[in-house]
Ligand binder design. Sequence first.
Ligand code: MTE
Ligand code: CO
Length: 427
Amino acid sequence: MTTSFKGAKPSRRSFLTGAMAAGGALAGAGAVKAAGADPLITEVQDWASYGGDGVDHAPYGLPINFEDDVVRRNVEWLTAGTVSSINFTPIHALDGTITPAGCAFERHHSGAIELKKADYRLMINGLVDTEMVFTYDDLERFPRVNQTYFLECAANTGMEWAGAQLNGAQFTHGMIHNMEYSGISLRSLLEEAGLGKAGDLKDKWLYVEGADASSNGRSIPMEKALDDCMIAFKANGEALRKEHGYPARLVVPGWEGNLWVKWIRRMEVMDQPVQSREETSKYTDTLEDGTSRKWTWVMDAKSVVTSPSPQAPIKHGHGPLVITGLAWSGRGKITRVDISKDGGMTWETARLAAEGQDKALTRFYLDTEWTGEEMFLQSRALDETGYVQPTKAALREVRGENSIYHNNCIQTWYVNANGEAENVEVS
Ligand code: MTE
Ligand code: CO
């Protein structure tokens, strides 16, 4: 095995192969243990001596108990209670791009409701040819579509405007999930009701609201409603979880999470926006001079290193190090991610695990070497429109420090000689 690399420039691959051929475990700075010293590989273990759990051990499975720290978490001081609150996806502990539903963040304005399929109704009214009410079974008979999209709350990273505050990627960037949705196109439903009466669709709006007490009403320009929006029933192959809008929610690809109305119950075609609470006093961005940006729907390109990060320190000593993270853009596909180890002075291009997908998370890796040097780790995403993720300083110059929403600045983790990481800012 080792000879095939003879004469070749030492590489990460030849190093790993050599270590395995010597019969040792990788440890510390690439030291190889003496052959046969490790009973975990030389001795028969308990788990190979007895039968395991039976096949009906858990009819619906949960992660193995060793992984019980990979869970949603709250920031207690952020909200007054749990009914109008938010928790965070443990992005520091996940890999790939799909977020398992059981740890995908939740955001409710008036709690998660339990709504049976039999009690579910969806009404379309306003400027349509025929006002209609659909049951859940009616919805299932429209042609089905499948697509993976990220949902990012507009408030993600919102606590970081005035300074580095929360110590972990879960808390700074965890108001995001990425699931494969199955459902029907919103366009097919609107066409069923008929849009002839609406006339010119360019200046029309669709007001959407949920069945929960908050209703979370939002106005969506008709052009977007007819483009790529979906009414989803399933996420990652199974029914939506209660907390994500069972039995049906709106999917508004690339746009702020607040528009993705859960438990969707009514849609009204209108000739103007409603100017609801969620699009006037909330989900607008206050600038330095006190004026506000409005209709800030699209989530601009953004990325974060998920490991190493404060909750995912380097534990393996010097040698090969995998730096990894997530990138996304509400304007389309991610085309490149750069990584800096020195706070943005120099950059290396990361490897994308797969070609960027439209309005979905992209996983990136940088396979590198670490010899204990301090790092100011950053990632910078570029999307297919040519947009480049801005630095925190550049974003603050335009937006000031009073905003909550749409903070897509470059994040910095300081990594010390022990491999521990901390949320910092570089100037
Ligand atoms: N829809 C309803 N009906 N009620 C809500 O409180 N919260 C919104 C949106 N849709 C909300 C809603 C907000 S602010 C976000 S970020 C997303 O749902 C969160 O979706 P999730 O709970 O599936 O993560
Ligand atoms: Co939100």
